[in-house]
Ligand binder design. Structure first.
Ligand code: HEC
Length: 240
């Protein structure tokens, strides 16, 4: 009996060997392993280079201005798309995330990071030179960095860079606006707030004690609301 079993076992092994032999062609397929040597191509590379002019999906950057901010070699001074409220809101959000830590929410360069000893203080966006700088210049600074400022090309996609720039323009206007900038026929919503003392810009400044009527007060509460919301956020973080 044990003898018979052994013969059966050997027969089974032989059979298995024969059958896998039949299927060998399926297992060894006429293909190349990645980056292996090939005898088929003259350059012996199994990995074929893409056909010249191949563009990966979503990588066609046909709109050069949108992706560089440049006309020829010079920075252009037009937005590549119309600016609306949505653009500005997105720009404000991205600016406050990526730029405000150094440039401050006001863009005056008094952000939190330089206040803790960053090698150099960023310039204010409200100096004449940067007010006159074309939008394409800002695009270039975000894309390639400037001096000791790192670039933000990998963190901020092109559309967001333009949104941020639109918001910087709004910030610049906000710090230097006059009644002449208010479109004809529109009322100025509120008097500019007066502040106790100039702040660093890292936090929203504290308005001077109110002496105005309640109506005007309600129109002026926004910055304070934002500030207290921010502070609540910070406290929660600190408690964790
Ligand atoms: C880590 C801090 C930091 C962050 C974050 C930062 N910057 Fe800067 N930025 C600087 C410093 C510092 C300078 C001055 C660099 C120098 O002079 O070497 C500067 C300079 C600039 C300038 C002025 C260039 C000039 O001609 O003087 C612009 C414009 C600018 N930054 C835009 C931005 C924008 C837009 C963002 C957000 C996408 C941003 N920065 C984020 C630190 C920062």
């Amino acid at each position: 009996m044990p003898h018979l079993r052994r013969i059966q076992l050997i027969a089974a092994i032989l059979a298995a060997g024969t059958f896998t032999g039949c299927r060998l062609d399926m297992h060894v397929q006429p293909r190349e392993n990645p980056l292996s040597r090939s005898d088929f191509y003259a350059d012996q590379r199994s990995e074929r280079p893409p056909v010249e002019g191949t563009v990966a999906r979503d990588e066609l950057r046909a709109d050069t201005y949108f992706y560089t901010g440049k006309v020829g070699n010079n920075p252009g001074d037009v937005m590549p798309f119309p600016v609306n409220k949505q653009v500005l809101e997105r720009g404000r959000e991205r600016f406050n995330i990526f730029c405000a830590p150094c440039h401050s929410r006001l863009g005056d360069g008094n952000g939190f990071v330089p206040s803790r000893g960053f090698a150099r203080k960023p310039p204010s966006f409200h100096i004449a030179r940067l007010e006159k700088a074309p939008v394409g210049y800002f695009y270039d600074v975000i894309t390639n960095g400037f001096g000791i400022m790192p670039d933000y090309a990998s963190q901020i996609p092109p559309q967001d860079r333009w949104d941020i720039i639109a918001y910087i323009r709004a910030l610049q206007l906000s710090q230097n606006a006059t009644t002449a900038d208010v479109p004809a026929g529109q009322k100025i919503p509120s008097e500019p707030p007066t502040f106790r003392q100039p702040e660093s810009g890292a936090t929203l400044p504290v308005p001077a004690p109110e002496t105005k009527s309640t109506e005007e007060k309600s129109q002026n509460t926004k910055p304070e609301d934002m500030q207290s919301a921010d502070m609540k956020g910070n406290q929660q973080v600190n408690q964790q």
